[in-house]
Design a protein around this ligand. Structure first.
Ligand code: FE2
Ligand code: FE2
Length: 188
């Protein structure tokens, strides 16, 4: 398995963990509890950062290469670059709704919850499609020389959640993920 697939999978692990945290906060909204806006804002900021700026562009590079090697792959997987643009649009809607909520604009909480839920569902579905179709296709079709070219073209920047950046908001997010994971592990 090419190392880049391992890295993309690990990045998915962080994306899914942040989706879990966001979902947990939405449940608080729904039962009428006060959500922790600092965590919600850190989660939205996380998605606007690494996944949008680095993870999707890396996948786009791999997808382009794959498409050149085997054009039929688009029928199998769909247009991944378009899927990333759709996620960007959903993220902009989410960011806008959060800003409105934080500014106490007249945005019913229910609308924010729905926009966030749609974003979460879209992201989860997207990651699942990549793991079940995209990653196996790239492992099957691309060869060592492709990987060398791709490695050279890709950003080497690492996810801030992965490399433990000192940023306070991301530390809060990391801590929340770890606490939540240990809570759900003991519940099992
Ligand atoms: Fe993706
Ligand atoms: Fe991905």
């Amino acid at each position: 398995m090419p190392p880049i697939i391992d890295l993309l999978r690990r990045e998915h692990g962080y994306i899914v963990s942040v989706l879990d945290v966001l979902e947990q906060q939405l449940r608080r909204f729904e039962i009428g509890d006060q959500a922790d806006y600092e965590i919600v804002a850190a989660a939205v900021e996380y998605f606007q950062g690494f996944p949008d700026r680095c993870h999707h562009p890396k996948e786009n590079l791999v997808f382009d290469r794959l498409r050149k090697r085997d054009p039929s792959v688009v029928q199998e997987i769909g247009d991944l670059a378009q899927a990333h643009r759709d996620i960007e649009a959903a993220l902009r809607a989410l960011g806008g709704a959060l800003t409105a909520v934080l500014n106490d604009a007249e945005v019913p909480r229910q609308i924010f919850v729905q926009i966030a839920k749609d974003f979460i569902a879209q992201q989860r579905q997207h990651c699942a499609l990549e793991e079940t179709q995209f990653f196996p296709a790239i492992a099957r079709i691309l060869a060592d020389d492709d990987w060398q070219v791709l490695q050279g073209a890709m950003t080497q920047e690492r996810d801030q959640l992965l490399n433990g950046s000192g940023d306070r908001r991301f530390e809060l997010l990391r801590r929340t993920i770890l606490e939540w994971q240990s809570e759900t592990a003991t519940e099992r």
